[in-house]
Ligand binder design. Structure first.
Ligand code: SAM
Length: 372
C-alpha cells in the first residue's frame, strides 16, 4: 500500500512553487484563482493583524460596544462623547466596520457589528484585550524576546510569580490584584467549557489549586450547593478569594488555603483537585513537582482535572502555538503544551486512567482528567 508521505508532498510543493514560471502559471490560472486569492487575503491579514488588534483595543478602551448596546448612535454624537474629532472618529468607525466589530449605517450613524455583539456579551474578551497593552510593549521587539535578552519584560512584571522569585511574599497585594483581576474576568471563557463537559456530582470535596479569587468555585457552588470546596493560592491572592467568598455568602461551603504549591504541602481530604490555567505557566520540572504533590494529596481513586489552552486538536494551533507560545515567552516562564505532552508528564508522575474530555470550544480550553 502506498502511504501518504507528508514531508514528500511538501518537498514537491516547495519545488513547484519556488519555480518562477510554474508559480506565475498558478497565479494566472483560472482554476487556481480562488486559492490564490484566499492566500493573498490570509497573508494580508498576517501583515496587518497588529493594526486590527489596535482598532479592537481602541473600541474596547473607548467603551464603544457598551455605548452602542441600546442601538445605533450618530457618529457626530459619538465623536463628542469619545472626545475625538469627527474625521478621526469616522476613520475608527470605518476601520472597525471593515473588521465586523461595528456597522456603519447609511444615515451617518453606527451600530454594533456581529463580532461587536459577541465581544459585548463576553466581558472576558474585553478584559483580555485591555491587558494586551502590556504584551504589546514586549512585542515591539520580538527578536529580543526570542533571544531572551530582556531580564525583565512588561509581561514578566505583570505576572510577578513568573519571575521565579524564591520569596513569593515580596509580591505586593496590588501586583497580585492586577493579574488576578484579569484572570477572574476571563475565567468564564474556561469555566463554561469545564462545567458543560464534566460532571461534578460524583465528587464530595473539590480543591482548586491556583484557583485565584475563587471565581470558578463561586460559580460552581451555585449549581452544586452540597459540594464542599476549597481554593489554594498565594497568600496575597487568597486574601482576595476570602473577600469574594464572603461577598457571595459562601464561607460555609468554600474554604481558603494559603501557600505555594511549589514549596508547601497540598491539603489532603479532597477527592477532586483542579488545576485551571496553572501548568502552562511553569517549566516541565515545576509541572512534575506540582503533579507529584497533587498525587500525594489525592486519595486512592481520586481525580485530577486539568483545564488550560492545549495544542494538538484541530483549530487550536494559532491559539496555543502562536498566541500562548509568544505570550509565555514574553512572560519569561512556561510553555503551551499538547494533550500528548501533558499525558506524558502525568504518566511520569504516576497518574493512570488519563484521558482528554471533549469540549465545545477547544480554542478556549483543553480538558484532561487523570486518576490517582
Ligand atoms: C494564570 S492564573 C489562573 C487562576 C485561575 N485558576 C483561573 O483560571 O482564573 C495562575 C494562578 O496560580 C497562582 N500561583 C502561581 N504560582 C503559585 C504558587 N507557587 N502557589 C500557589 N499558587 C500559585 C497565581 O497566583 C494565579 O492565581
Amino acid at each position: 500500500m502506498i502511504g501518504f508521505n507528508r514531508s514528500g508532498f511538501s518537498k514537491i510543493r516547495d519545488q513547484f512553487l519556488l519555480n518562477d514560471r510554474l508559480r506565475k502559471f498558478i497565479e494566472n490560472s483560472v482554476f487556481f484563482k480562488p486559492f490564490v486569492r484566499a492566500q493573498a487575503e490570509e497573508i494580508f491579514d498576517l501583515v496587518s493583524g497588529f493594526v486590527y488588534s489596535q482598532i479592537l483595543f481602541a473600541c474596547v478602551s473607548l467603551n464603544l460596544f457598551e455605548k452602542l448596546k441600546s442601538g445605533p448612535i450618530n457618529i457626530k454624537e459619538l465623536s463628542v462623547s469619545c472626545e475625538i474629532d469627527f474625521p478621526e472618529m469616522l476613520r475608527l468607525v470605518e476601520g472597525a466596520s471593515a473588521l465586523g466589530l461595528l456597522e456603519k449605517r447609511e444615515d451617518e450613524s453606527v451600530g454594533l457589528g456581529f463580532k461587536g455583539i459577541v465581544i459585548l456579551t463576553k466581558p472576558s474578551i474585553s478584559g483580555l484585550v485591555k491587558h494586551h497593552s502590556t504584551f504589546y510593549r514586549d512585542l515591539i521587539d520580538p527578536i529580543s524576546i526570542l533571544q531572551r535578552k530582556k531580564k525583565i519584560t512588561s509581561l514578566g512584571s505583570f505576572w510577578p510569580y513568573a519571575l521565579d522569585k524564591k520569596d513569593i511574599s515580596s509580591i505586593s497585594y496590588e501586583a497580585a490584584k492586577n493579574y488576578s483581576d484579569v484572570m477572574s474576568i476571563s475565567q468564564p471563557l474556561v469555566s463554561e467549557q469545564i462545567r458543560s463537559s464534566y460532571d461534578f456530582n460524583k465528587h464530595q470535596k473539590i480543591l482548586d489549586l491556583g484557583g485565584g479569587q475563587a471565581t470558578f468555585l463561586i460559580q460552581l457552588a451555585k449549581d452544586h450547593p452540597k459540594l464542599k470546596m476549597a481554593v489554594f493560592d498565594l497568600p496575597q491572592v487568597s486574601e482576595m478569594a476570602e473577600e469574594k467568598i464572603l461577598e457571595a455568602g459562601l464561607q460555609d461551603q468554600i474554604d481558603v488555603h494559603k501557600g505555594s504549591f511549589l514549596n508547601d504541602r497540598i491539603p489532603i481530604g479532597y477527592d477532586l483537585i483542579t488545576l485551571i490555567r496553572v501548568l502552562y505557566d511553569h517549566s516541565d520540572d515545576n509541572v512534575s513537582n506540582i503533579l507529584h504533590s497533587v498525587k500525594k494529596a489525592l486519595p486512592r481513586n481520586g481525580t485530577l482535572l486539568i483545564a488550560e489552552p492545549m495544542s494538538g486538536k484541530p483549530g487550536t494551533e494559532k491559539m496555543s502555538d502562536a498566541y500562548f507560545g509568544m505570550y509565555l515567552l514574553a512572560m519569561g516562564k512556561g510553555v503551551p503544551r499538547s494533550h500528548k505532552k501533558i499525558f506524558h508528564l502525568l504518566r511520569k508522575s504516576g497518574f493512570s486512567y488519563i484521558k482528554s474530555l471533549s469540549v465545545t470550544l477547544p480554542i478556549q480550553t483543553g480538558l484532561i482528567i487523570a486518576k490517582h
